[in-house]
Design a protein around this ligand. Structure first.
Ligand code: NAP
Length: 303
């Protein structure tokens, strides 16, 4: 290839992992570029409140992400709205990163492509997307102020979404498929204090409405009922954005997460991964740590 920009390290994705990897890359002396298909921050932008990132008692996910961006931008360039479509080994021994705008030569790559929301896969989910169905209370909750809504899921995210919506004045019902929540005890206590009602052992069979969502059909142990709501917030976990990694030949675990060693190296030379796309504990502090380790491993391997 003739005129491609050359870098030592290209980071794919500008969530907390990618942004931190970029900063550590530059501070190690590597000519580093971050490419991001959307805007910086990744799914941390959607966290209503983060209370366990050291140094901040309580901070909105978007505020934390923008603080990280402001910090790392002193060191590294983040090109937003530029989607990486392929990464291939070149005959010269480096890699060619192709985006929807350009192509780059690089010696190393850190994949920080994150996760996306898992979908329920029930009738009406697609039809009412943006018309009552949402995957992000921080983004869309405002439209449902003081209205009845339901949140599906039993993990930390579902609990956080439910609490956030309650604060907006929504009448919140939490719908969970088992009789026990996965959410941390601290959040479970908060749910109780907020008076959020929980439909146990319940799954959503169908989402109904006309121009907008009006109700959901719930199956509770074989008994069906209809719950009138204005909004349904689906919060049932995540799936990895690992298609690019798979096409490159990076090893994935049975759930599609990228397998790395403790130094964030994948099975491919010069290819590292960090953050949610590697599975494990899904926390901003972990993503940042993995991003730092990945960049330092790249630096050590390129010495
Ligand atoms: P999660 O922990 O995987 O929980 C997903 C929930 O959705 C589970 O309760 C699961 O039910 C349920 N579920 C999965 N598939 C379903 C389906 N098809 N239909 C109905 N329900 C379904 O996901 P998460 O809550 O997004 O959390 C992911 C990670 O991020 C966790 O490690 C969590 O600790 C972390 N996180 C932490 C915080 C925090 O404040 N500390 C906030 C957000 C996220 P079962 O319980 O029956 O499996």
């Amino acid at each position: 290839m003739g005129e491609s920009e050359r870098h030592d390290l290209v980071v794919v994705g500008a969530g907390p992992a990618g942004m931190t990897a970029g900063m550590y890359g530059v501070r190690s002396g590597l000519d580093t570029l971050i490419l991001e298909k959307g805007i910086s921050g990744g799914l941390s932008n959607e966290a209503p409140e983060i209370e366990n990132y050291p140094g901040f008692d309580r901070i909105g996910g978007m505020e934390l992400a923008s603080k990280i961006k402001e910090h790392v931008s002193r060191y590294v360039v983040i090109r937003e709205l530029e989607k990486v479509v392929a990464i291939e080994a070149s005959p010269e021994g480096d890699m060619v990163v192709t985006s929807d705008k350009d192509s780059y030569r690089t010696k190393a790559v850190v994949l920080c492509t994150g996760t996306r929301h898992r979908r329920l896969g029930v009738k009406g989910e697609d039809a009412f997307l943006g018309k009552g169905v949402s995957y992000c209370a921080t983004c869309d909750g405002f439209f449902f102020k003081n209205k009845p809504v339901a949140v599906v899921g039993g993990g930390d995210s579902a609990a956080r979404e439910a609490l956030y919506l309650r604060k907006l004045g929504c009448m919140v019902t939490l719908i969970h498929r088992r009789d026990k929540l996965r959410a941390e005890p601290y959040l479970q206590q908060k749910l109780e204090e907020a008076g959020i009602s929980i439909r146990w052992n319940s799954i959503i069979k169908e989402i109904r409405g006309d121009k907008v969502l009006r109700s959901v059909i719930i199956d509770t142990g074989g008994v069906e009922s209809e719950l009138a709501i204005a909004g349904l917030f689906v919060s049932i976990g995540e799936e990895p954005n690992s298609e690019l990694a798979k096409e490159m030949g990076v090893s994935l675990d049975p759930h599609g997460y990228i397998i790395t060693d403790r130094s964030q190296r994948t099975n491919l030379k010069g290819v590292y991964a960090a953050g949610d796309v590697t599975g494990g504990v899904r926390q901003v502090v972990v993503a940042c740590a993995e991003g730092a380790i990945a960049a330092l491993s790249a630096y050590n391997d390129l010495l």
